[in-house]
Design a protein around this ligand. Structure first.
Ligand SMILES: CSC[C@@H](O)[C@@H](O)C(=O)COP(=O)(O)O
Ligand SMILES: [Zn+2]
Length: 202
């Protein structure tokens, strides 16, 4: 495996193990990618357990989602990764999780407002806890092309640091795998806080 591929693969393998330990990628849920160049990415193959990734779990695809090796099957949600890379050329990694907190909140709200958290500072353009962000929730859809196009239309109108798919999971990104992972960790922490707050109000 070339150095170009082995570094992001190593970081995504480590992210998968961490997310699995936290319960954020049950069964074969979740998928990960890293940009390799302006028009290529390394992405998880479909159907892998994300806590058990190894070098063979990744494949190179273009930003239309076509694998270089046509015999390989990229993630079912590849086009959602392509959409983010195409929308913002500074994005270097996209990570997707299926946690209990993000799933429950996304089933309940049309968007999640996160305000007053110190960890908001992990998100782009935020330098203080005294801030708020809206994380939009999109209706789930097995037609990933149609879902990617809905996300794209919304992104053109409203800046977002991440988004949720209802009853499904979180998509977050960053300039590197490490930054995307930190953002997933921060968002999952804040979602967990929101969920517990909600439960305490009952
Ligand atoms: C089989 S349940 C999970 C999938 O439908 C999907 O949401 C997911 O996150 C993983 O799909 P994958 O094709 O392995 O990248
Ligand atoms: Zn998913």
């Amino acid at each position: 495996m070339s150095l170009e591929i082995s570094r992001p693969a190593r970081d995504m393998i480590a992210a998968g193990q961490l997310f699995h330990q936290r319960g954020w990628v049950p069964a074969t849920g979740g998928n990960f990618s890293a940009r390799l160049s302006s028009d290529r990415m390394l992405i998880t193959a479909s159907g892998w357990h994300k806590g058990e990734l190894d070098d063979s779990a990744f494949l190179v695809a273009d930003l239309d989602g076509a694998p270089e090796d046509r015999s390989r099957k990229a993630s079912y949600e590849t086009l959602l990764h392509c959409q983010v890379y195409r929308f913002d050329e500074s994005v270097g990694s996209v990570l997707h999780t299926h946690s209990v907190a993000n799933t429950l909140l996304s089933r309940r709200y049309e968007s999640i407002r996160l305000a007053g958290y110190e960890l908001l500072k992990l998100l782009p353009g935020i330098a203080t806890h005294d801030a708020a962000v809206e994380i939009p929730v999109f209706e789930n859809d097995q037609d990933i092309q149609r879902l990617a196009s809905r996300v794209n239309d919304h992104m053109k109108k409203v800046a977002m640091p991440a988004y949720l798919i209802a009853g499904h999971g979180l998509y977050a990104w960053g300039s590197t795998v490490a930054q995307a992972r930190h953002r997933v960790e921060a968002l999952e922490f804040m979602f967990e806080c929101e969920l517990r707050e909600l439960e305490n109000k009952r």
